[in-house]
Write a protein that binds this ligand. Structure first.
Ligand code: ADP
Length: 390
């Protein structure tokens, strides 16, 4: 590690400024450093050092403490005050006994010191180490900068995505809302034509009107489902305690025609109270129970709604004895508009389970299915538990 860092440094940072008014002890060190590939610059005073640093920008400075005029401490202080030179590591050269000098050296910003008379090997070792550290620090700073830039640009991207999602949701809401009225007109006037003028139309004419009414009704169902879906994000309400038994009873009431027609029996376990949005939770249970009835096999549907406490909160299940689903489609069916059957077999828009998924996730839970073809299905989902008042 130290070796590779040192060699990185030797490639990237190679100039060293030695500041000393006495040239006698510098020759050996200069020679050793040059032998290791460093470029060595020399300054004879603090003032000269500051001037040289301004244009040469060395990678490390070896600075003598005692010099006529500006001493080493003052030189170091000025270098550290200057933005262009403040990050250049400074190593002081002090007398062996001068403890105060060493402390003062660190105080004014030095990274290390070497004692005089200088030991060449020690100086070279310290220079190499500090250059390596400095290179690592710069590398880290560059990585940090890059990370900060990435985070900032991701933040901008996220905000732009959120804006465009919100606009799309608004658009879906407005479009489906505004389409409701003209569509209602088309459907009701077609029905009126069939009623008033049906006797004057031949069989083909009546059949065509039948198709048109059917198309308009399907479009209405699609628009209603789309509206419900876009309302999830455009019309949010604060959560409140909701008794799920009540919600399931309302869902049963809304589905009474389908229950009666299919001879379905719906049973329920003990159901808890959760924090949520009552409209959304009704949509959730109505869709799941509605599907359990709709995707029935030959036998009359038997649907069971239950809940139990689990580590994730409440674990709900809506199980049926219907046609079941092959494992390959377990994820697929929760995607918007994905259906496993043509509308001739089972009517629908393919929005129901996508809506359920959004509702459950919006309430802080997750939803999945367990099933196999011909053996019924169990839709399971979790919802957080209401904290008991303390
Ligand atoms: P839709 O009911 O409008 O088709 P959904 O999003 O509610 O749309 O369901 C997607 C598909 O998942 C359905 O078309 C059906 O193939 C399958 N599915 C949903 N619920 C059941 C169920 N209880 N039993 C069998 N298949 C189901």
């Amino acid at each position: 590690m130290a070796t590779s860092a040192a060699s990185d440094t030797e490639e990237a940072a190679r100039s060293i400024l030695i500041v000393d008014d006495v040239s006698a002890n510098l020759q050996v060190i200069t020679g050793q450093l040059e032998a290791r590939g460093y470029v060595v610059l020399v300054a004879r005073s603090g003032q000269e050092a500051i001037e040289r640093v301004a244009f040469a920008h060395p990678d490390l400075i070896l600075l003598d403490v005692v010099m006529p005029g500006m001493d080493g401490f003052e030189t170091c202080r000025r270098l550290k005050q200057n933005e262009a030179s403040c990050d250049i590591p400074v190593i002081f050269m002090t007398a062996l006994t001068a403890t105060d000098d060493k402390i003062e050296g660190f105080r004014v910003g030095a990274v290390d010191y070497v004692t005089k008379p200088l030991n060449t090997e020690e100086v070279v070792a310290r220079v190499t180490t500090h250059l390596a550290l400095c290179a690592l620090r710069r590398q880290l700073a560059a990585q940090n900068r890059q990370l900060r830039e990435e985070i900032a640009s991701r933040g901008q991207l996220h905000a732009a995505l959120q804006r465009s999602n919100a606009q799309l949701e608004q658009l879906a809401y407005v479009a489906s809302h505004d389409m409701q009225e003209p569509l209602r007109m088309v459907a009701s006037y077609l029905q009126l034509v069939a009623q008033r003028y049906g006797s004057r139309l031949d069989a083909d004419g009546l059949e065509f009107i039948g198709y048109a009414v059917d198309g308009a009704k399907r479009m209405q169902a699609l628009i209603n489902d789309l509206l419900a879906f876009s309302r999830l994000s455009t019309k949010t309400r604060p959560f409140e305690p909701i008794a799920i038994a009540q919600i399931v009873a309302t869902a049963e009431f809304q589905l009474q025609m389908a229950i009666k027609d299919s001879g379905a029996s719906i049973t329920k376990g003990e159901l808890p109270t959760v924090l949520g949005d009552s409209t959304q939770l009704l949509q959730l249970f109505q869709n799941l129970v509605g599907n359990a009835i709709k995707f029935r096999g030959d036998a009359a549907p038997r649907v069971h709604v239950a809940a139990q406490a689990s580590e994730e909160g409440w674990l709900f299940s809506v199980s049926d004895n219907g046609i079941g689903i092959a494992p390959a489609y377990f994820e697929h069916i929760f995607v918007l508009f994905k259906r496993l059957h043509g509308r001739k077999d089972y009517a629908g828009t393919g929005i129901g389970l996508a809506l359920c998924k959004s509702i459950v996730e919006g309430h802080g839970g997750r939803i999945w299915v367990e099933s196999s073809p011909g053996r019924g299905s169990i839709f399971r989902f979790t919802l957080p538990r209401v904290k008991a008042p303390t």
